[in-house]
Every structure is written in structure tokens, then in C-alpha cells.
Design a protein. Structure first.
Lengths: 494, 494
């Protein structure tokens, strides 16, 4: 965070001259900004994107690339999965909350198939293949996968289990995994067509621009931004609107300490540009906020290992169905188990784990033992506590049952010696979900509830579809969806 | 929440006339407002308190009245407890967080003895008697009690256990309990001397005034408020400053849904005036916020019952030392156990529970059974799960040990038939802790980090000492402490 970086709004009359002028000025060239640029330019608006780094992409470009879509996308249908906006809504309201915005979630579900079509029309490709394994990413380049615990308890009782993690194909005809591709994961193959289309439509981008302040006229309308470029003052006039799409605040220690302290110093899936400054620019003119405590959380063991063992806490108790989404596991570890957990497996289960998606070797257990008594002693769990857990688990697993956490019978089998355990303590990371309060038009709302004229936000600069819970693809999904809306709302403004 | 209630700041030049003028204008006549009024008036400032209801008191007046103080108060010393600001700081940083403000907590601890003396000088009385029982309130009118889990694990390993819950004596020479006194609990006997002193010092109060908007001059200085009185516009000029002290936002469903959804529709220890409007008044001029998700949480069984049984979750697992502060128990139930918990006791333990402080009969168990197998079946806990928990608990309790949660040996004894269980599901309530960001001078901070000239806040309108965790007395404690600071800072302003 830059010391003494200004944030207070600048009166329009105080701006001596403009370095650039456009109809729609977009701050940040990640997935939300690129989507806004495409949509505004499609409407014929003159678009200028201001990006702080030397190139487009943001966190999106470096991500795995999951986009959370459903309600009956052509890909879902081609692969035999029946989905409806209602089922998707039921799932998201449960999985993205507590406190998910019903109006926004409904809107997102109703528009999801159209959004898929829009992405495909842009040139994003989804391979017609389903990955039927648990995991953070598909084992190869399959286009569809469970990415939010849809098929695990209790979510599988709330909505019909359907996969909604849509993954852009990494390269035409390639079977390479995201990892083998290096940083060019699925996210790159989502971003590249967006940026290409924006350029085709005439949107311009300026790099190395640090945007500091909104410019506001006497009526309270946002009509530009000020900042610096190569260390010199830089002022950009926006005739129709400014779109803030500069990511989360995970790299702003002061904000994280005040709003989401458990995430302090533990960023993940974000770039260092996620400094929350764009959120503060909105706050400075009375913009309201939403759910500043929420975080996407990842970390812990590979989900394909989780399902074949049991996850236990500091005192050896199970606490979650091991076959749910890895992000739900990580979130439960951080927020409900004081960031302390262990994965206990037996040798047979460990041997069954497929090769790592990364191509590297399987992680080795931190402890191994021939008895649970020995294992719990080595792990520092009170004698008898893990033993009681394993005894009860085994008793039910032998019957293919898990009345405590309802793990799918596929993964139920009594654990037998020898045993191993993995240390999952203090390994969670992620990005913040809270941000500026927006409506479904991506207008930023003042604390009075009225839209602030000329100001729009999307992606993790706004409070969106995921507010506390998460599913892989929820942020690229709502970032691109409401980025588009921001571009449309700004582009249509006169 | 009043529909269409204005919140946007009013330019000074747009105010046609002033109905009242004072040096320091205080919004809200609870503990923070009263403390601000006393301090500002002590400095010779002309003080006007605007209260929305028909009388002073706020939530404080209806509360039990605990004030969290320490560091070696005369009451602690008289009762043989050695405390230091450092021990108090270590405790509060652990118990009020995660994310407690180290600067504010240090300041509060260093000033705690002085604050005690100030209260005594005002006429607040603390009876020199220690209540050596767990509980929400003392069994009678004792002046000192553990009120935050200081003597329970893990906090007893973080700081030397010392009681810091100071309770104002209810009536001179009376042994009546807070309950028998009706609504006039300890909180009334804290508030009455404050209000009396404020009046003696010439502070005026106007009731039935709804304050809506801040008035701000061209330089951005807060110089008054507007609102309504008896349905007519009402404008008050503040020469030196405005102090916002209007309570939490627990009764504002829109804000609760966006910032602390688990608390939606479940207010406690607050008045309906806690509508968050004063927080929004600050936000409207760019004031920053702190930790909007935090909540004081109460509910569940009487702590004197908890200690004599075991608290278990949905699947029969223990999750907390049963002898810790009842608010920590309630918070763990709501946030870590999905608001589901049960208290399991045996008949012998139940018989040992003293008469209720309220004078009413002991609650009856929701389930009773001669075996744990029968009990868990009746409670809907998977067969064998509660049994495993009780077996392990008993095995260690027989040796006076609790290696899982370190409950004090005083309360450890194997549970024996017959058994009973109490349903504690969905019974938590409380008030929000988040609010305007302030410094130790109680100046409200703009998102830029600079103090907003003329604007001060305290009590639950501000983010204070308790940000997520809580101890009984933390809110009256920091409300009165930083209310005083607000009064001083505003009163000293020229």
C-alpha cells in the first residue's frame, strides 16, 4: 500500500486539464474490466481501460479459469446434466451465503445460459467432456466438473446435484493440464478472447496507470478519475461513466485487519494490485459496502486425498464430509476449526490416490503408525480421542454409512493399519469477497440506497454473488457477468 | 427503519435557520452519549444531547450493568486480585478478537484504573464483594466477577486469570438482584449518576428528536445536524463538534443482512433505536468502518448449568470448555456449530445447580433417559456418537482431567445415569459490534485515514474494543471510556 496515496474525490472544477477522454473509463483490466470494455464498446461507446500493471489479465489470467455457470448451458445439456435456474438458485443461496443477495443470485441464475452463449460467441471454448473426479482442477482439459460441493452433503439435499464448473479449453486440441501450461491456465484462455474482442471493437487500454481518485461534479456525478502515470499526474475524463474493476482488498493489510483479520498476510489467487484502493475511492463519496468479512479460501490436501481419508480437528473429531468442495473444507478449517486440521488415511487409501494433477509425486504423510493410539500420540491428539473417531467411523463405514456427515458411500471403507496423517494446520489462503454495494445494473449504491450517477463496479471490487461461501468459478462468473452489466449500464448512460 | 429517511449530508449554506445551537451536540443519550456530555461539560462546553426516545438511558440503562475494567482497580485490589494493564491487554487482545485494535486496547487498559476512579467520583458504587460462581450475572449484588472466561482455557493460559467484570451496586444497602429490581439493573445505577452529573454541569437534553443528517461546511467540517422533532424539521448547530453515540445497527435488517447475516432478526441487549442510522450518517461523508461482522452473542443455558454438564454439537461432539464465559459459548454455538447445541447433564449434576438467579424454577430437561444410547436416539444424534463422547469424557473426568478442552477440575466428574439433555438450538441473540472507524481520541476517520473535523463517535456506533469476541462489560466499558474521549475531543476543539 502506497503511503499518502490520495483517495478523496476531486471536484470537477479543480481539474486543470484532461490527459485523456472517453465515454466509459474502466479501472482494471482483469475479467470484470475486460467484460465491461467489450460490452460498452459493443454499444458503440468509446472505451478506455486504465491498468496499473504492464499488461491485461489481472488475477483472472493466472487462475485455473473455472466459470460458475448453469441453469441448462449447452455444455451441461451435451453432457447429459439437467439443470434449471431454480436449482442453480437454490444451490447458490445455500453455498454462497450466509447472507447471499437473493436478487443478485436470482438475476445471475436467470442470465447464466445467455452468459455462456456470450462467452462462446467471443471465442471461449469448452471441451465436451465431464471430469468425474473430486479435485481443485480437472485431471486433464475436461470442460465440466463439480466445483462447489453440489454432490456432497448437505448441499446435495438442497438442490439436485449438477456440475457447474465450466473450464475454458486450454489450447485447441491440447490435452495438457493447466499446470503443464504454466501460468497460462484456463483463465488465460478466458481472458484472451475478451481482450481480443475489446480491441476489435476499438477499446483502448493504457498500462502503468495508477488510478487514485474519482472526479465528481457539483451534482455528485462521477465524471472521471485522477492518478499518476510514470510518476506524473494523469487525469482522465469519463463522459458516461467510470467502472471500478480493480480486484479485492486482500493485499491491503490495514483493510484486511479491520474487516477480515483471519486472512491477514495470507493472500491467494490474487495479484498484489488487489489493494482495495478502488473500494476506498467509492467509500470516499459515500458508497456503501457489503459483507467485508467474506473470503474465498483454499489450501489443505488434494480433494482426491480427502475423500479417501477422514479430516479431523485439533482433538481428533471429524467436522465435514470429506467429499465436499475443497474450498468448503478450507473455509471450515480456517473459520470453524481455528485453522487446525489433519487428514488421516490408511495405506490402502493412500495407494488408491491417482497421480497428482501437477505431475509431481504424492505428498508424504507427516506421521505414520501401525495403530491409531500411536498415531494420535505422535500427532499430539489426546489419547483415545482419534481412536473413538476412527472406531465410530469404521463401524458405520463397514455398512456403507456415514450418519454423521453423509460422505458418499463410494468413499466409505473402514480404515485399516498401517495409518498415515497429514498436517493441514495454518495452510489456508485466498482473497476477500467484500466490496462496494452494487445493484444488478452494477451501479454503485450510496448509503442512502440511491445509485451514484456515473459510478459502476464489478468483480471483487464489488460485493457480488459469493459473499461468504464459495464455489470455484463463482468469482470469474460473477466478475464477467456483472462486468458486462457495468459496461452496458455505463455505455447506455447519457 | 423509516422509509425514505434522509441520510446524505446537508451543506451548511443550505440550512435556512437553526433551532438550537451548542458547542457540542451529542446524538443519543445512552452510556456513550452521557459520558461524552459529562466530559465536554466538565471542560466548560455548552452541551446539547439529542435523544430520539422520551428519556435517557438507551440500552445501557436496561442492561445488567457490567463494566469491564482492570489493570489494578481499587475494587480488584480490595478483593485481593492482582492485575496489571499488561495482563489485561494480553487477555483483551485474545478475547476481543480476532482483529482487535492493539492501539485502542492498549489505550483502554492503560486508562482503566483512571476510568474506574472517574466513575466512583461520579457516584457509581461497587460493592466490595467477589462472586465466585460462573454466571451471566452475580448471584446477588456482588461488585466483581469473572465476566469473560478469564479463568477458563485457553484464555487462562494467555493471561493470569483475574475478574474484571465490575458491577454497579443496585441500590444502597440492597441485596436485591438485578432481576428482582426489574428493569432497573446495574445499568440504571451506572447511567443515573452520569446523567445527574451532566445536568449539574449544565448539559441540556432534548427528547423525541430524530437526527437524520450531518451538516457539513465547504471545508468538510461537521458543524451540525438536521432531523425532525414532533414531525417538524429540526436543525441544530454545533460550534465545536458532533458526537454520534446512537448504538448499534442490530435493528436495521438491511445492514444486518449485508454485514452480519447470522444475527438477522435476533436482536438482544439493545433497543429498537439501534437502527444503524448514525453509522450511515458518517458513511455518507466518507467515514470508514470497522469489523461490521462482529456481534455480541448471548443465549443458551445458564453458565452454572453448563459447567455441571457437557455441551455437545449436532453429532454429539464436545466443542468448548463448559466453564468459559456464556457469551463465548453462545458465539461458538452460533458461528462454529451452525447454531446447534445441546447441554447433557446427569441427575446428580442437575440437582447441584443452585436456584436460578431469576428466582424462577430451574429449566426442565427436554429429554431424559437412563442410558446414553436412549438419550442420543431421542435427541436425533447418530447412534454411538454421543456415547463415544461421554465414554471419553468420563474416562478422563474420573482422573480429574479434560485433555480436550481443559475444563477446570472443580467441575469434572463422570456422568452417571439417569441423564437429561437441554435443547440449545437457535437460541442466540445479541447486538452488532461494528461501526464507524475511530481513533483513541474518538475522532471519526475518513477512508483516507484523516480525522473528519468536527465528527466524533463512541459506543456501538463506533468500532471499539470488542470487535468479534466479547466479555460482559466490554461495551459499557468502552462506550463510557470512548464516550468520555469524544466529549473531551469535541469540547477542546476550537
Amino acid at each position: 500500500m502506497t503511503v499518502d496515496r490520495p483517495v478523496e474525490a476531486v471536484p470537477f472544477d479543480d481539474v486543470p486539464a484532461w490527459d485523456e477522454t472517453a465515454d466509459v473509463v474502466v479501472v482494471g483490466y482483469g475479467v470484470a474490466g475486460a467484460s465491461a470494455a467489450v460490452e460498452a464498446a459493443t454499444l458503440g461507446a468509446e472505451v478506455l481501460v486504465l491498468e496499473r500493471t504492464g499488461g491485461w489479465g489481472g488475477a483472472a489470467s493466472m487462475s485455473g479459469g473455472f466459470i460458475y455457470l448453469g441453469g441448462g448451458t449447452p455444455l451441461q445439456e451435451a453432457l447429459g446434466f439437467e439443470d434449471t435456474p431454480d436449482e442453480m438458485y437454490a444451490f447458490l443461496m445455500a453455498a454462497m451465503g450466509p447472507g447471499a443477495d437473493a436478487v443478485k443470485v436470482r438475476d445471475y441464475c436467470e442470465g447464466s445460459v445467455d452468459h455462456y452463449d456470450w462467452l462462446v460467441e467471443l471465442g471461449v471454448r469448452f471441451k465436451e467432456e465431464f471430469c468425474d473426479e473430486p479435485g481443485w482442477v480437472p485431471s486433464a482439459d475436461q470442460g465440466l466438473m463439480y466445483s462447489g460441493g453440489e454432490n456432497a452433503w448437505p448441499l446435495n439435499e438442497i438442490a439436485r446435484p449438477v456440475p457447474r464448473g465450466h473450464l475454458p479449453q486450454i489450447a485447441e486440441g491440447s490435452a495438457r493440464t493447466a499446470h503443464e501450461e504454466g501460468e497460462r491456465g484456463g483463465g488465460y484462455y478466458l481472458m484472451a478472447p475478451l481482450v481480443e474482442r475489446a480491441e476489435q471493437l476499438g477499446a483502448r487500454a493504457l498500462y502503468d496507470v495508477r488510478t487514485d481518485c474519482l472526479v465528481v461534479d457539483r451534482a455528485g456525478t462521477v465524471c472521471g478519475v485522477t492518478g499518476t502515470r510514470f510518476g506524473e499526474p494523469f487525469r482522465v475524463r469519463a463522459r458516461r461513466g467510470v467502472v471500478l474493476a480493480a480486484g479485492s482488498f486482500i493485499y491491503n493489510d490495514d483493510m484486511v485487519a479491520r474487516f477480515a483479520p483471519e486472512a491477514l498476510g495470507r493472500p491467494g489467487s490474487a495479484t498484489e494490485m488487489h489493494d482495495g484502493h478502488a473500494i476506498r475511492m467509492g467509500q470516499a463519496i459515500g458508497a456503501d459496502l457489503g459483507r467485508m468479512d467474506g473470503c474465498e479460501v483454499a489450501g489443505g490436501a488434494d480433494p482426491r486425498m480427502n475423500v479417501r481419508g477422514i479430516l479431523v480437528n485439533r482433538v481428533g473429531q471429524r467436522f465435514i464430509p470429506e467429499d465436499t468442495y475443497g474450498g468448503r473444507v478450507a473455509q471450515a478449517i480456517r473459520y470453524k476449526q481455528d485453522d487446525v486440521a489433519f487428514l488421516v488415511m490408511d495405506d490402502a487409501g493412500y495407494e488408491e490416490v491417482p497421480d497428482m494433477v501437477t505431475g509431481g509425486p504424492k505428498p508424504r504423510p507427516d506421521w505414520v503408525a501401525d495403530t491409531i493410539a500411536e498415531l494420535e500420540a505422535d500427532m499430539g491428539i489426546p489419547a483415545g480421542a482419534l481412536d473413538a473417531t476412527v472406531t465410530l467411523y469404521n463401524r458405520y463405514a463397514a455398512r456403507g454409512e456415514d450418519p454423521l456427515f453423509h460422505k458418499n458411500p463410494t468413499w466409505l471403507r473402514p480404515l485399516e493399519p498401517p495409518y498415515g496423517a497429514f498436517d493441514l494446520r495454518h495452510r489456508t489462503g485466498g482473497f476477500t469477497l467484500g466490496g462496494l454495494r452494487t445493484n444488478t445494473r452494477s451501479e454503485v449504491l450510496h448509503v442512502s440506497g440511491r445509485p451514484i450517477p456515473g459510478l459502476f463496479a464489478a468483480g471483487r471490487t464489488a460485493s457480488g454473488v459469493p459473499v461468504w461461501g464459495y464455489a470455484s468459478g463463482a468469482s470469474l462468473g460473477d466478475g464477467s457477468f456483472y462486468g458486462r452489466r457495468a459496461g452496458r449500464s455505463a455505455g447506455e448512460r447519457r
